[in-house]
Design a protein. Structure first.
Length: 231
């Protein structure tokens, strides 16, 4: 299993980081809902007056919900909730730290969105989702983020492999460059590049086989070996 992710009832939840709060929150809600534990996120979920059996059951459910959240937190995030006694307290603390509508958080989140770049070896869909998540995090802090902002950030951070596509999209009007349109074109280009790579390898293999065949019987003179890819 991916060290940066936990699987909860078939739902893959990546470790909570400072940049994926929105997605992490949605997936945690789904994971808790599958176990009928999502009510534990509410501050009034623990009864103030209840019989011992009912209180024990509620505390057990709260412990299970808190454990699910805790398993997806990294060391830095665990420090924020180390003193929390209930799941609701954990939930409110994390939201207070990572979603508070402060000027400093907005000032940090906005440059992250506009300077994001695709990593070497990163899949195009994963990259698009990462940029979208940065936009959602900024929105959650009441920051103004349009679909065009996210689409432009996606395009701006692409690697040189997508340079031809960027040239083609440059002729489009801004109102045509919706996030769905950009995503569709990038996925199409990504598939095209994947399909092209094996074909290039096959051509190279065929050229090598041809060169070896032509060179049979005169292996002592490698300078005379010819590559059919060049003739």
């Amino acid at each position: 299993m991916d060290e940066g992710a936990a699987r909860m009832g078939g739902i893959k939840i990546y470790k909570f980081t400072e940049t994926n709060f929105h997605e992490w929150r949605q997936r945690i809600k789904l994971a808790l809902a599958l176990r009928d534990l999502d009510d534990m996120l509410d501050d009034d979920s623990m009864p103030t007056v209840a019989e011992d059996r009912e209180l024990a059951l509620c505390m057990r459910r709260d412990t299970m919900a808190g454990a699910i959240i805790g398993l997806t937190l990294g060391s830095e995030q665990l420090e924020h909730v180390s003193g929390c006694k209930t799941t609701a307290e954990i939930w409110l603390t994390l939201q207070g730290v990572f979603q508070r509508k402060s000027l400093m958080n907005k000032m940090k989140a906005r440059p992250e969105l506009y300077t994001v770049a695709m990593n070497v070896g990163e899949g195009i869909l994963g990259y698009i989702n990462r940029v979208r998540n940065l936009g959602e995090n900024l929105k959650a802090m009441s920051g103004e983020v349009t679909e065009m902002d996210v689409a432009m950030s996606v395009l701006n951070g692409l690697t040189l492999n997508y340079e031809n596509l960027l040239v083609a999209l440059d002729s489009k009007d801004e109102d045509e460059l919706s996030l769905d349109f950009v995503k569709s074109r990038l996925l199409q280009e990504g598939r095209h590049q994947e399909d092209k790579s094996p074909a290039t390898k096959r051509i190279g293999d065929m050229a090598l086989v041809g060169a070896n065949y032509r060179g049979q019987g005169r292996r002592g003179d490698s300078s005379k070996i010819e590559c059919y890819c060049c003739h």
